[in-house]
Design a protein around this ligand. Structure first.
Ligand SMILES: [Mn+2]
Length: 240
């Protein structure tokens, strides 16, 4: 029986060796079952930060190497940007042998049209964030950022990381949940009865009449993934 997998919010970085290792182990398991795995979808915030495809770190290159290996074993790879790694571009995607998806994509998941997205676009109660999101996804902002010297971007990222390390606990709680009105609008707009996303770090399965919304969890203490097949969808967590 063929399966499709979904993950999000791993927040990989040089400071997360346990998660990084857990991810490579996860990939290994998929690869061992490659014949029965159709695809892996990474729904954003895969990396804790991304400052440009020209920032070749040991971790970034190892991840690309492992993903490419997975792809070569016949598993299709897809990537939806998160609010932390939206600057991943074609160059890195090519190194990983993965397809970059638009921010919202409807896929045919074993016969059921399913909307997949990172999920930050559903958190419309956070007006400040939505303003930043709009700006940071525009071509002019991205061109401006990516044309800054790499060393400058690295210094800036290091500063942000130092600051966020101090407030890690507060930060993960501070992410707002989705706005249910927006969720309802997305179901209608994309004409789907099924939705899969991450971002909120509130893993759960929500049902509304005949519609279902699956929320992936982050990988801070356990790994979370969705396994979909003809039989249905399972939200699964395992210790890292
Ligand atoms: Mn996010």
């Amino acid at each position: 029986m063929n399966k499709t997998y979904f993950i999000a919010d791993l927040h990989l970085s040089d400071d997360t060796s346990l998660i990084n290792q857990g991810f490579f182990t996860f990939l290994n398991k998929l690869q061992q079952n490659a014949k029965s795995v159709d695809a892996l979808y990474i729904l954003g915030d895969f990396f804790e930060a991304w400052i440009g495809d020209d920032n070749h770190t040991t971790l970034n290159q190892k991840v690309a190497h492992e993903l490419k290996k997975l792809s070569q074993s016949g598993i299709k790879l897809f990537f939806t940007h998160g609010n932390r790694d939206f600057l991943i571009k074609k160059h890195y995607a090519k190194a990983c042998d993965m397809t970059l998806l638009p921010e919202q994509t409807v896929i045919n998941l074993y016969g059921t049209p399913t909307l997949i997205c990172h999920g930050d676009e559903l958190c419309t109660d956070d007006i400040e964030y939505q303003k930043f999101r709009k700006k940071s996804r525009s071509w002019w902002w991205q061109t401006l950022m990516l044309n800054l010297p790499l060393s400058f971007r690295q210094k800036k990222a290091a500063k942000i990381r130092a600051r966020s390390k101090q407030s890690k606990k507060m930060k993960s709680q501070a992410i707002m949940d989705v706005n249910e009105q927006t969720v309802s609008e997305y179901f209608t707009k994309f004409n789907v009865s099924q939705m899969i996303h991450g971002h909120t770090h509130r893993p759960n399965v929500h049902t509304y009449n005949n519609k279902t919304r699956y929320v992936l969890g982050d990988w801070y203490t356990d790994l979370w993934y969705i396994e979909a097949s003809q039989q249905g969808i399972k939200l699964i967590s395992e210790p890292l």
